[in-house]
Design a protein around this ligand. Structure first.
Ligand SMILES: [Zn+2]
Length: 207
């Protein structure tokens, strides 16, 4: 859609804007150049298994590469392709704005692929939970609300707390989540999720 903040796109709005790439001095910092052609990003693509199909061998516009990926890759490969492209764009910005880390290209691809696989695992897990939810969760009697709360470990050292209150129809009447740094033990984190409910509950419905 031409929405990426490449210099070529910015130059459409600002007269006499210098359009050369800050990384390699290529004359046109277009979306194709930023995502597929710049030497910085070809290093990243080289570490992926997608380079031959979509990068240097193929002089397409970025949008054509995307369309080709949609048509030729299966759902999981397409997810990984988009995740690598997302890392490419982030890495380009890190370098342009002076925060680049040289020599980490392999880790960037591995991180993008791992991100997609975790996402797919989580989606599979969620739909499995949804399919069995009605069998394990029962609504309370009329006039009573039911509270469920839980805590999870997020990443290496972060916590996620959450709760949901539902009525006798099973409709959610109040829910809350909070993430933060640090994870101690389930014995500490789960009551913290309950505490979150108490604090938000007092604030929202004055329990
Ligand atoms: Zn460049």
């Amino acid at each position: 859609m031409g929405a990426l903040a490449t210099k070529e796109n910015i130059a459409r709005r600002i007269c006499d804007f210098r359009t050369s790439c800050d990384i390699c001095d290529n004359l046109e910092d277009s979306d194709t150049h930023a995502l597929f052609d710049c030497p910085l990003v070809t290093e990243i693509w080289r570490e992926s298994e997608l380079e031959d199909k979509f990068c240097r061998s193929c002089p397409l516009a970025a949008v054509d590469s995307l369309l080709m990926a949609v048509q030729s890759l299966d759902k999981h490969q397409l997810g990984e392709f988009v995740a690598v492209m997302w890392e490419v764009w982030n890495e380009r910005n890190r370098v342009v704005f002076g925060q680049g880390v040289v020599g980490w290209k392999k880790q960037l691809v591995a991180r993008a692929v791992q991100f997609m696989r975790s996402y797919n695992d989580f989606k599979g897990y969620s739909s499995q939970m949804l399919a069995t939810r009605d069998k394990v969760w029962t609504p309370p009697d009329i006039g009573i609300h039911k509270l469920n709360f839980d805590a999870v470990k997020v990443g290496v050292n972060c916590h996620g707390w959450g709760f949901a209150i539902r009525n006798y129809l099973g409709d959610v009447v109040l829910a809350g989540v909070k993430q933060g740094v640090g994870f101690s033990t389930p014995e500490i984190e789960e009551p913290s999720a309950f505490l979150l409910y108490v604090q938000l509950g007092i604030m929202v419905i004055g329990i």
